[in-house]
Design a protein around this ligand. Sequence first.
Ligand code: PLP
Length: 405
Amino acid sequence: MSRSYRFDTVAIHAGQPSDPLTGAVCTPVYQTTTYAQDELGGKPEYCYSRTGNPTRAALEESLAAVEGGRFGFAFASGLAAANAVLQGLLSAGDHVVASQDLYGGCYRLFTKIFQRFGVQFSLIDSTDPAQVASAVRPSTRLLWLETPSNPLLRVTDIRAAIAASRSRRIGVPAPVVLVDNTFATPVHQRPLELGADLVLHSTTKYIGGHCDVIGGAVVTRDEDLAARLKFVQNATGAVPGPQDCFLLLRGLKTLSLRVERHAAIALELARRLENHPEVGRVYYPGLPGHPHHEIARRQQSAFGAIIGVELRGGVQRVRALVPHLQLWPLAESLGGVKSLLCHPATMTHAAVEPEERRRIGIGDGLIRLSVGLEDVEDLYEDLDLALAATAASVAVPASREAVPA
Ligand SMILES: *Cc1c(COP(=O)(O)O)cnc(C)c1O
């Protein structure tokens, strides 16, 4: 685009001029594997759809623009995007420092796959810059931050973590910094402007936004990093199909409308749940009592729509509650129009060993709410009724509670 436009304009126009052939105002789904070439040895823009596809190119340009980057790469899933970053940057012997309450699938990718190939990982509390500084070694190639984190909504000060990762590195290149921006979205958090080198998305979540497409993306401003990602994307081939790219382009156009409303509903629900007698603790960075409320206010323009809720009565309570809910299906994933409830200990974080889960504070009575776009009164009422209906399931007499199971 010739002028520099603001977010909502960029999300609708960047990478998506009217189709040069027909004038179609929406980028067509180029459902083709290959492209006829004019001559031997020519250098056509498109030659094979793993390498490049016009629908995917529109999505990639659009994603780069909304994150304030220069280069975007779309992948078949968020984990395929994470995998491409690790493959593009790391070799055996390299070291990665990462946030400890990482998305469970990234944790599994790190510890079950890349560790086998000789990459080392230190999982630390990235909300504490001192821990970042002391975890960094001469071989640290990558700092991987996820903020707000999943499912406890811990907020890392991105600037402080980056500064800490560089504080003791005289004569060695600084680690590349990646921020998984899936939870906050580019509407509410701007990692590249805060100094990160790479932004990662599971576009399955808010960018798709309608619970109907799996996808991932990486955005950067750095030419060298872009060349590495482009190479891996083509060399390993975990690319999305054009129909999925089309759905993601459609999602992007309403991203800011949706996430503003998601966040408003979530804040209201978090406030009400915090005062609910059947609820233990509520983890939501928009609540003044959240330990990272201040940094969330400075770093994000809203607090997102994921809420962690510790229920009275532990895992038995969660089990009893689920059948009573009508508007909160028990399901993995998040970030869509439909509200979802998940139990991290047995679902998203089942791949994290029980001791590790306990160490980082993911209790067995913790549920994670992904707040959708239904009416807030209906959402609250459904939870409130289910909590009331299951109150008896935790009213265990003290004498019985003392007997070990
Ligand atoms: C879902 C998710 C991923 C993985 O994305 P997929 O599209 O499921 O592969 C990575 N990071 C975060 C924060 C996520 O929520």
